[in-house]
Design a protein around this ligand. Sequence first.
Ligand code: FES
Length: 120
Amino acid sequence: MTTPSLPMPSMSALGSSGFKLSKEHLVLAVPVVVVAAAGGFLVGQYLSRRGCKKGQVNTSISKDSPKVVHSFDMEDIGTKAVYCRCWKSKKFPYCDGAHAKHNEETGDNVGPLIVKKRDT
Ligand code: FES
């Protein structure tokens, strides 16, 4: 009894490395590789621009403004004010405790700025 075998190309058709592309295959393969590389590059550029730029700490607050600035008169602060320094507070510029979750998720150690009147 004989076992069926798959047709195998002869070694002379494969070349010395066992892999050989014809000119027709190269004419097809090169544009496909170039288009795939260009597409990957463009998708990468698009995704990197959509996300936050590297090093940004402010991911959501007044992003349409070139600079986020808050100013308070000392007389209006009262006896104590707690300001956010992690940029995660939903009540920015005031701290709402969101720094605790940020610290837990990232291993960071940020906390608020507390301004208070001295006890007399
Ligand atoms: S929420 Fe940002 S420092 Fe507390």
